[in-house]
Design a protein around this ligand. Structure first.
Ligand SMILES: [Zn+2]
Length: 262
């Protein structure tokens, strides 16, 4: 059952992660305290929501899922390809590093990232006990941020890509994602002829398939165990924040991961 309900929270889990010794939750927008248009479980601190509500949403979530809020490691997501290997929690008073992927082998760290249409890519190496979350919008996807994360897992932790279980989470579907010519050009620059696989034209619009682009990128990096949630954020506004479908006036949902199973 991919959706779990717990004390008012509703979150998605990948079925293929069920037997892995980790905890993960792709949190829907339900169960928080933020007011419209950030209703209700918004984790975005820079989208215009009341900071007290965002803090309350964080604290409530950690409490319900039984994680120490101080164990959090998150970053300032900037649509780039830098990946951080986290050795200790961020420290709630210290600044965010800029990055679009976070990895750890420390069970005392809770990884956390924010999304609203961009692709959450969750990575688990159950052999070396490493987890990671990657943020792939069109820019990160075109720059193969998922591949950069797999390479970083190899470099930091000695991960064998064939041991990795990957999950491509709720994000905007191809039908909901018309893009400009510059987006296509950027994929061609990075993927060459392969880029055409990720686009189709309908009603004179160029539509980008971020799920496929990230799946192919992971496969090229040697990852064979890949689950695609197939859930579109823009098609299901009851569960998800969608930057595109809500004209930029919305919140961010959270993805939380820990090596500490619950
Ligand atoms: Zn859609």
């Amino acid at each position: 059952m991919p959706f779990i309900e717990k004390d008012g929270l509703r979150y998605f889990q990948f079925e293929s992660f069920e037997t892995l010794p980790i905890f993960h939750a792709v949190l829907t927008r339900q169960g928080g305290v933020s007011k419209p248009p950030f209703d209700s479980l918004n984790f975005g601190g820079t989208v215009g929501d009341d900071p007290a509500a965002v803090l309350k949403n964080h604290q409530k979530t950690y409490q319900i899922l039984d994680f120490d809020y101080k164990s959090r490691f998150d970053v300032w997501q900037v649509h780039g390809t830098d990946i951080v290997c986290a050795n200790s929690p961020r420290g709630l008073d210290s600044d965010h590093q800029k990055a679009d992927g976070i990895l750890t082998n420390n069970p005392d760290i809770t990884l956390f990232m924010r999304f609203a249409d961009c692709v959450p890519i969750l990575l688990v190496d159950p052999v070396k006990n490493v987890i990671g979350i990657v943020h792939g919008g069109w820019q990160g996807t075109s720059l193969k941020v998922a591949q950069k994360a797999v390479e970083k897992m190899q470099n930091c932790y000695g991960t064998n890509p064939s041991d990795i279980h990957a999950g491509i989470g709720p994000s905007i579907c191809q039908s909901c994602y018309p893009v400009g010519r510059e987006v296509y050009d950027s994929f061609v620059a990075s993927f060459g002829d392969q880029a055409d696989m990720f686009f189709k034209t309908a009603k004179d619009q160029l539509l980008l398939d971020l799920w496929k682009a990230n799946r192919i990128t992971l496969k090229s990096a040697g990852v064979t165990k890949i689950e695609v949630s197939g859930i579109c954020t823009a098609c299901h506004l009851d569960d998800w924040f969608s930057h595109r479908a809500e004209n930029g006036n919305t919140g961010r949902f959270g993805v939380l991961m820990s090596l500490t199973g619950h």
